[in-house]
Design a protein. Sequence first.
Length: 519
Amino acid sequence: AAPRDEDAGKSGESASFAIIETTTVDRSRLLDRGLELLLSTTELPRERMALAASLRRLDDGTLSARLAAAGMQLGRAADTSAYWLLAELCRDRAIDPDSGAQLAGTLRHLLLDAEGTHLVAILEQQLPALLPAPDAARAALVEPLLEVLARYRDERTHDLVASALTGIGALALPGLWLTIAEHPRAHVRLLAIELLADLVPHTGDARTAADAVARLLIELQRVTHSDERAALAAAAARLSSAAVLDHDGEPARAVDAGIDVLGDFGIDALGFLAAGPHLDHERRAVILDRLLKDVAVELPDGPDATERDPATDAVTFILDDHLGRHTDTVPRLLTALVRIGQSPFTPAPLLGRLVNRLTTQWRQVASWRTIWGPGNVQELGRALGLLAERREFPVLLRLQISEALLPRINQLIIGRALARIFAHADGPPLSTLAGTAAEKLVTLAAEKYYADDEWEALAEVLVDMLAVPDLGPAGDTARRKLVNVLGSYRAHLSSRARAKLRFIASTLEPTLRERLDWA
């Protein structure tokens, strides 16, 4: 009843899988033979995903125990389909407690010793989070997960490990504290700090959150690395503003008192504190003014100073590092300001002050009267867009931001921000601006203003603009032009933009819908 390896290679795997699915004689032997093929260290069978799916359908309740008995053979298989099968069994609640405990032990060893392809498969299937096992066994997976991050520093691995630890939940907290205190690699400690701030509020325990804030402040006094101190302060401020501590303002006041000595490294923490519920409006205003002052600081634009050695006549240039430091801190400052601007606890006068100062600064840097790096100029425009795109944002302030951004709509990041702002246009001033913005984008696209590598982003911005519900008095004309110019860029639409366009087309009048039938 079970196929031989050479048969699988000769006639393709599909026949072999059909035999396993349709044969009813000796199910136990079929499961054994199927797992033997699935965990084979040879190249055959090549297509094992169908075999794994067949084994899942054939499961008589013993498959999880058979996989648990395979142990480290999982990590020696030539294919990683077994991890998909394990994840599906977890979702089917088909893994018994004893098998779960045994598999957790195997998983711990695999995380420490398996090859890269197996590690990736384990993390992509989120097995550490899905596996039903005793609490102690699940908590024991935290250390090897963090060691994976120590070995592989790419963003994908970072995200997968973070997701797995989040899935383990409160059981991961002791391991994270140990990592923060003792791990030799800074980037692993930074991830542990970040995850701690994510996981503690989910415990729903105010005492746990308050104790975590106090412990983070103690760690802040112990460490000397600047980035780590900034992360500890931000995590403490974030936890002190969490909903679980709504009725306890003491942790927030303790954080506020403890971060004054951090200087620029306290920016993130100040943003969380000023956006939280516990500071009075006077202190909130002081923090806001400080952050705004740092964004708009006057930078020296004179020539670099020089020193001449009288003995050798050699000239030494003394570079001013104010511009470099400001360029590095601007993204963090803007993130903190956006967080404050989006907070429901920020009073209207402070929100108006924030928008006035940022739009004034935008006009300065966008016209090059104040010199910023191009990336930070776009970051400021994006920050203004994030503030104004919220539906509950005051209409007059939304109008003020739109008028400031519109002259620079030729920058695609600004065009995207404006399209999202205009999605909530609810009056003639904003809808008229939306129509003007659409006309400008159409003109720029028709004139081939953008380089070839910008066409995909341009097409998505045009789709976003087409989604704006009200394009002003000449809205019908502007919408027809948008549809026409989109046809010229149809080959550059991403799958996401194409799906969005299909939805938008269903809301348009029949004539325009017919012109978009290619979507």
